[in-house]
Design a protein around this ligand. Structure first.
Ligand SMILES: Cc1ncc(COP(=O)(O)O)c(C=O)c1O
Length: 421
C-alpha cells in the first residue's frame, strides 16, 4: 500500500535519503524522525563536501589578491552566483549575498528611498524578520506599517489588499510579504499580489525563505522586485542568504553596510566612489564556503525538482491530516485542506501544553518538531487569536521531501497516544 503511493518513477526517495547522514544516527537505539524542516532542513553531503573544498583546496580571498588561490576563489564564487541567478531566474549581477534572509530584508528596509508618509504593507502573519525591520522604521518616524488581515481560514485576501492599496491612495511604496508561511504552510497568491501592487505603483518584496524548497521561485517570471532567501532553508549552508532583484531595482537602493569591497575609491576629503552592483552591497570579507555551498544546494534542488518536493510534502501532510482528523482534541491551524498547507502541520491538542507535546514526541519517539509562536508572535497576539485555542502557540511538524509515509505514520500514532495520556 505504501509503495503504491510512492511509485519509483516519481522520485527515488531511498537514493536521496542516502545523501543525508543524519538518517543513519540512532538515539536510544531508535532512528530520528526529523519533522523540523520549516526551521532548518537537513543538508545533503554534496553541499557539505562542496563547502569543504574551499577550506581544503583554495582557502583565500576573492577580489583582492592576484595569485592563483585568489583566482580560484573568485572563479568558484562566480560559478555559484551564476547557478543561483539561473535558479531564481534573475540576472547574475542582481544577486546580492547576505548573511541570511533576515539581513536581506534589513538591507532593503534600510536602503529603500522612503519618504515621509510612505506606507509599507505586510500580511498579519509575517515572521519577525519581515515585521521588525518595518516596525523599527515606523518607530523612527520614517514609514507607516500597515497589515492585510487574513481570512478566517488564515488565507490571503486579495480584496483586503486592494482595499488597503486604495485607502492609502498611492502612499503604499512597498508591499513586503511572505510567499509561503512558516506558521501554517499557506502559500500566498504572489503573482496576483504583485500585479495588484504594481497597479497601485508599489514595489513588491517577497520573503521566499520557506517557499524556495517547494515552489518555483523565479523573479522575472513572477515580476517581483525583491526576493529574499536563506541558504539553510534550501539545503544550503548556515550563515548565507541572498537578496535577489533586478539591476534597476537594486540601483534604486542606497548603500546600507559599507566598507571594504563596496567602493572603488575613497578620499579623506569625504568623497568616495561606489562599487557597481552587486558588490556595493556586499561589504567586507564574504562567506565563500557558504556561497559555494549554496551554489551546490540549488543544483541538488534542481535534481530533486521543486514540484517533486511539493508533491511529497502534500502527500505527507495529507496522510497526517487524515490520520488525526478523528482525534477529538486536535485543532489544525490554517485551512482544513492539507494541499493548501504544503509541508506544515501546525496543531494543538486541547488540554495539553504545546511544549509538553513536543517534548513527549521527542522523548518517546525521537520525533523532532517545534512548538511555540514560530517567530510569528504578532499573529498570536491579535485579539481574535489570543482568545482562540491557539493562544499559547502550536506544535509544528514540518516535513522534508526526504521524509517517508512510515515516519508520518509514527507521528500519527504518537499524537494519538499523547492525546490519550
Ligand atoms: C518565512 C520566514 N521568513 C524569514 C525567516 C528568517 O530566516 P533567517 O533566520 O534564516 O534569516 C524565516 C525563518 O524561519 C521564515 O520562516
Amino acid at each position: 500500500m505504501l509503495t503504491q503511493l510512492f511509485p519509483k518513477k516519481e522520485m527515488d526517495l531511498a537514493a536521496f535519503r542516502a545523501d543525508f547522514p543524519l538518517f543513519q544516527r540512532r538515539i536510544k537505539n531508535k532512528p530520528i524522525i526529523y519533522f523540523d524542516n520549516a526551521c532548518m532542513p537537513l543538508r545533503p553531503r554534496q553541499v557539505v563536501e562542496k563547502s569543504n573544498e574551499y577550506y581544503y583546496n583554495f582557502p583565500g580571498c576573492a577580489g583582492r589578491s592576484n595569485h592563483k588561490i585568489a583566482e580560484e576563489v573568485e572563479q568558484a564564487v562566480h560559478e555559484a552566483r551564476t547557478e543561483i541567478a539561473k535558479f531564481f531566474g534573475a540576472e547574475e549581477k542582481a544577486v546580492v549575498f547576505t548573511k541570511n534572509c533576515t539581513e536581506a530584508i534589513n538591507l532593503v528596509a534600510n536602503s529603500f528611498p522612503f519618504q515621509s508618509g510612505d506606507v509599507v504593507l505586510t500580511t498579519d502573519k509575517e515572521h519577525n524578520s519581515n515585521l521588525l525591520p518595518w516596525l523599527k522604521l515606523q518607530k523612527q518616524g520614517l514609514i507607516r506599517h500597515e497589515h492585510v488581515d487574513s481570512t478566517t481560514t488564515n488565507e490571503f485576501s486579495l480584496e483586503a489588499l486592494e482595499r488597503k492599496l486604495k485607502e492609502h491612495n498611492g502612499k503604499v511604496k512597498l508591499v513586503s510579504m511572505v510567499f509561503t508561511s512558516n506558521l501554517d504552510g499557506v502559500t500566498n497568491p504572489v503573482k496576483e499580489i504583485i500585479t495588484m501592487a504594481h497597479k497601485y505603483k508599489a514595489k513588491v518584496l517577497l520573503d521566499c525563505a520557506q517557499a524556495v524548497v517547494s515552489h518555483e521561485v523565479k523573479l522575472k517570471k513572477l515580476g517581483a522586485d525583491y526576493m529574499t532567501v536563506s541558504a539553510h532553508k534550501m539545503l544550503g549552508p548556515n550563515g548565507i542568504g541572498a537578496l535577489i532583484s533586478t539591476s534597476e531595482n537594486l540601483k534604486l537602493l542606497n548603500q546600507f553596510i559599507v566598507g571594504g569591497e563596496t567602493v572603488k575609491d575613497s578620499n579623506l576629503d569625504g568623497s568616495y566612489v561606489m562599487e557597481d552592483i552587486p558588490e556595493r552591497f556586499e561589504a567586507g570579507l564574504q562567506n565563500y564556503p557558504g556561497i559555494i555551498g549554496l551554489g551546490e544546494a540549488v543544483k541538488y534542488l534542481e535534481r530533486v525538482g521543486v514540484e517533486n518536493v511539493h508533491k511529497q510534502l502534500v502527500k505527507l501532510n495529507q496522510y497526517v491530516t487524515d490520520g488525526l482528523k478523528d482525534v477529538p482534541q486536535i485543532c489544525v491551524l490554517g485551512p482544513p485542506e492539507a494541499a493548501k498547507r504544503s509541508g506544515v502541520f501546525s496543531f494543538v491538542l486541547k488540554g495539553k501544553k504545546v511544549h509538553e507535546v513536543s517534548l513527549l514526541l521527542n522523548n518517546l519517539h525521537n520525533i523532532m518538531v517545534r512548538s511555540g509562536a514560530h517567530c510569528v508572535h504578532s499573529w498570536f497576539n491579535k485579539p481574535e487569536n489570543k482568545s482562540s485555542v491557539f493562544k499559547d502557540g502550536t506544535v509544528r511538524a514540518s516535513f522534508g521531501f526526504y521524509n517517508t509515509l512510515e515516519e508520518a505514520d509514527v507521528l500519527v500514532k504518537a499524537v494519538k497516544e499523547i492525546a490519550k495520556l
